[in-house]
Design a protein around this ligand. Structure first.
Ligand SMILES: Nc1ncnc2c1ncn2[C@@H]1O[C@H](COP(=O)(O)OP(=O)(O)OP(=O)(O)O)[C@@H](O)[C@H]1O
Ligand SMILES: [Mg+2]
Length: 338
């Protein structure tokens, strides 16, 4: 086998899994969903095709998101999902005990951490390195963590919002909140139930959020129609939502994230917070794409906020950088608290 495929990086996210193969780059990017036949235990689908099955499976099939709030909620389905993804990008015959670098949220418990390691070994890795997601995100967004200057990164994904102040190649202060994009979807479902007495699917709520969502009310109201089920009649109904609806639905969750950023800044040594005041915060993760989120956070905190380039790919790109350089990898895993 070629030396190329020996090192693999995995961003095992709550919403999406991404795989990086050394020498090839990002080779896979799919939703963290797996569909399993309950009777035989075999994997029927993973990723995009499994996500389409969510909420539509017959009794004999389960379609699940095996991760919740950034951590493994179900070991076996996570293992099956990861194995299937890896076998999609690397033929089984070539998959000879690779080195696997995998990201974890900051501040997870030892048990949660061992579950990630366990899944990686079971999926066939010879060596497993864990790297904190914020650290990877900082490499991937090209923040210069080597410098003595402080910088702050906020990664808002599907399950967790993580933030860290970095200086001299390490994490100085960090916080993690188990609330992110998937909570926004639930907020929208809840809002629609209260306002229209209708139930909509979480996947539809996510679509509305992506299409017309905004962190604050804008001059130009956009509209988007989804199918719901009326709770009184039980019949399907068209529901037209506006940007304002989405903003109201997700406001409370967004405020929680902003509050955690504020608390993190308050714990930051003054020399470093002065740097952050000057240079601003960088936001990464899929939820950084919510319209006006940067402007909203900037307004609340009174400092500049920048959205990273391709915010969905920062973590996996950063993991890729650690595969290219053993020095970078050593630095990254060094910050992992034991
Ligand atoms: N254009 C968009 N507007 C708003 N939200 C978006 C957009 N694109 C993606 N998202 C949201 O981003 C989230 C996924 O982001 P990401 O892939 O960074 O999460 P993850 O890495 O899987 O999760 P985590 O890091 O929390 O475990 C989803 O909740 C998705 O709905
Ligand atoms: Mg992530």
């Amino acid at each position: 086998m070629g030396i190329m495929s020996r090192d693999i990086g995995v961003d095992l996210g709550t919403s999406n899994v991404r795989i990086f193969v050394k020498g090839r780059g990002i080779v896979l990017n799919e939703p963290s969903v797996v569909a399993i036949n309950k009777i035989t235990g075999e994997v029927l689908a993973v990723g995009h095709s499994a996500k389409e099955m969510l909420g539509r499976t017959p009794d004999s099939i389960v379609a699940v998101r095996p991760l919740k709030d950034g951590v493994i909620a179900d070991f076996d389905s996570t293992r099956m999902m990861l194995e299937t993804f890896i076998s999609k990008v690397i033929p089984k015959s070539l998959f000879l005990k690779p080195r696997l670098v995998i990201s974890i949220p900051y501040g997870i418990t030892d048990v949660e951490e061992r579950a990630v390691e366990g899944v990686a070994y079971k999926a066939g890795a010879k060596e497993v390195y864990l790297i904190e997601e914020v650290m990877a995100a900082s490499f991937g967004s090209r923040i210069k963590v080597e410098q003595a200057e402080g910088s702050m990164i906020v990664d808002i994904g599907g399950g967790t919002s993580e933030m860290a102040v970095l200086s001299l190649g390490g994490i100085v202060v960090s916080s993690s909140l188990r609330l992110a994009g998937e909570k926004f979807d639930k907020d929208i479902v809840e809002y629609v139930r209260n306002k229209f007495n209708c139930i909509i699917a979480e996947t539809d709520a996510e679509e509305v959020k992506k299409q017309i969502g905004s962190a604050y009310a804008t001059m130009t109201e956009e509209k988007f129609t989804v199918k719901g089920r009326n709770l009184n009649t039980g019949l399907p109904e068209d529901i037209t939502l506006t940007t304002k609806d989405i903003q109201m639905a997700i406001m409370e969750s967004i405020e929680k994230i902003v509050k955690t950023i504020k608390l993190t800044l308050e714990q930051t040594p003054p020399e470093l917070s002065a740097d952050i005041m000057d240079h601003g915060i960088i936001i990464t993760g899929g939820s950084a794409l919510i319209k006006n989120l940067d402007r909203y956070i900037s307004g609340e905190l009174g400092l500049p906020v920048h959205i990273a380039e391709n915010p969905l790919d920062c973590v996996i790109k950063g993991i890729g950088a650690t595969l290219d350089s053993i020095q970078v990898l050593k630095k990254a895993i060094k910050t992992k608290k034991k």
